[in-house]
Write a protein that binds this ligand. Structure first.
Ligand code: SAH
Length: 262
């Protein structure tokens, strides 16, 4: 099968990426050639004996800053190799950064549907701004906290995209039924149960043992609505705005609200 989803990661810590290329469902898909990840070490694009990739910040202050030149040479090498390949669709240059747009499921879907990305992982205090101005097309953040490097954020993005590729998950772990997906109206997933039927006095909800498929579907929908209403009311508003909530959904939600006031 042709693998068009290709990630080129510019990083000082290549071994971190085996966490998804060798483990779990993403590892299986990687072994099958469904996607690829190549790492590029900025040190390989230096000329001094010490292979220096960082230097002290102008203006003073703590920490070190990643130099422009090794990063720029790495991007040029990646682009030359990507263009030489059969799949010459240009890829975005994504900088993992706490200042970026926060990553979400919609971005994971867009990433999975595209040619992949060139991902730049910062370290230390960050990267010389001139590299960002010249090369970066998109800054993406994992959330409002500061990591010690972009690698974990890049891993998270790739994992979220790869599991959406058709056939990467087995049918029974299908991604469309997960939280945030369109099929679930962007809501949170319902609770799940497995054997035993009773654990330490706690029973599985009867309906799940009833074998009545339509009722189970309705129950799950209500559970999703309730979980979302309680934990992430903003997602209810988004779904409403998109016209994704049915009359039954709205009725259930207004009953919930009524019960809550009592
Ligand atoms: N001085 C910077 C943070 C540097 S942290 C600032 O305050 O904005 C070092 C590197 O970790 C960053 O260059 C970035 O690549 C990565 N990083 C840190 N937090 C991140 C986050 N929330 N999302 C994505 N990448 C992050």
């Amino acid at each position: 099968m042709r693998s068009s989803l290709r990630f080129d990661v510019i990083t000082l810590f290549a071994p971190i990426f085996s966490a998804i290329s060798e483990q779990g469902v993403t590892g299986r898909a990687h072994a099958q050639g469904r996607w690829q990840v190549n790492t590029w070490n900025p040190r390989d694009f230096t000329h001094d004996v010490h292979r220096t990739v960082d230097d002290r910040p102008y203006g003073g202050g703590p920490g070190m800053v990643m130099r422009v030149e090794p990063l720029e040479k790495a991007v040029l090498a990646v682009q030359a190799q990507r263009q030489a390949g059969t799949d010459a669709e240009p890829a975005p240059v994504i900088l993992l950064s706490p200042q970026g747009q926060r990553f979400d499921q919609a971005q994971a879907q867009a990433l999975a549907a595209g040619p992949g990305a060139i991902m730049v992982c910062g370290r230390y205090e960050g990267i010389d701004q001139r590299f960002i101005d010249r090369w970066v097309t998109q800054e993406v953040s994992l959330g409002d906290f500061v990591l010690s490097g972009g690698e974990i954020a890049a891993l998270a993005m790739m994992d979220a995209a790869v599991r959406l590729l058709p056939g990467v998950l087995n049918d029974d772990e299908s991604a469309v039924q997960d939280s945030f997906n369109d099929e679930l109206s962007g809501l949170l997933d319902c609770p799940h149960y497995t054997r035993p039927e009773v654990y330490d006095g706690q029973a599985v909800p009867d309906i799940l043992l009833s074998g009545h498929h339509a009722n189970i579907v309705r129950w799950r929908r209500k559970q999703s609505l309730e979980a979302t209403w309680r934990k992430r009311p903003d997602l209810i508003e988004t779904a409403r705005g998109k016209g994704w909530l049915s009359r039954d959904d709205e009725k259930f939600l207004s009953d919930l609200q009524g019960n809550d006031k009592r």
